[in-house]
Ligand binder design. Sequence first.
Ligand code: F0G
Length: 351
Amino acid sequence: SPAWPGIVNAYADRIAVPAGAKVITLGEGGTPLVEAPHLSELTGSRVLLKVEGANPTGSFKDRGMTVAMTYALAEGSKAVICASTGNTSASAAAYAARAGLTCAVLVPRGKIALGKLAQAVVHGAKILQVDGNFDDCLELARKTAADHPVALVNSVNPVRLEGQKSAAFEICDVLGRAPDVHCLPVGNAGNITAYWRGYREYATDGVLPAAPRMFGFQAAGAAPLVRGEPVTHPETIATAIRIGSPASWTGAIKARDESGGLIDAVADEQILDAYRLLAGREGVFVEPASAAGVAGLLAVAQDGRLPAGSVVVCTVTGHGLKDPDTALLAMHEVEPVPVDAGAVAAALGLT
Ligand code: F0G
């Protein structure tokens, strides 16, 4: 059978691209939906992980980028630009390289994970490290795209979300139903908006009888949607969601309210606990932001907001290798051992 064709071709009837366009794809989507036995036991529900770190550049951003880059090329753009906390820039850099377009990325200086910066470097993007946060970067990217002939590939570009909604289709297609609850981290709020669009589309078209309740989780130090107002100085160890003024604010609130869901905050310590649990008990290595949805799941299971026996999907949005610094900080020390079989056995507690 042929290779997985990427989300534009897999869902050609649901994701529009310009007529005759050359589709720019790296085979994104088709990611694993993995049972999470330990989380299931802890929560009294059936929990599955949608492992988006398995995408070509290691995050869910690739689902939107294939569509955005296909449009940019078809419309004759020579260059693309984006603001990013790291994953969007990594994805844009890779897909632009594939399309033969110039790519410029604006990132908050010192606040993006090492692996993501490495990706932008190897794919040849022009990297602008801005002395500010993501919200400053996005404002600069929007202004530059408004005044110059470059295509903006942030999720404020509506075709990005059209691509990202494909993850909801995949979950339903694999499960044969919609989950009862969908948990995910929320930063700029594009992804929760896109998932809700996908679930609603399947429900409206009668593919499925129901859509899930959307449970979004922000980091406590960067939780504008929970507080109800922008946060001027967002702070969290989960740099991917260190955002104070989400672009898809209304989309997130609609997803919450139309689905009967919630958007809540989780502390950095909760995020790191979930991060360690995912890696140490489920065998799934994610970046810190990705663990926010699981931290939220554990909280709502404990305080009763999650009905027992639910079918829950948590999107884990990005690969753990993106952020080796946090992994090495959060995990135990690795001790040196001499070349000596006795010492190895002793170090392992076998003697
Ligand atoms: N998880 C990861 C790993 C992310 O990179 C992001 C966003 C999110 C969650 C939140 O998704 O913004 O759609 O609510 N990263 C963006 C970036 C902002 O620039 O890569 P969202």
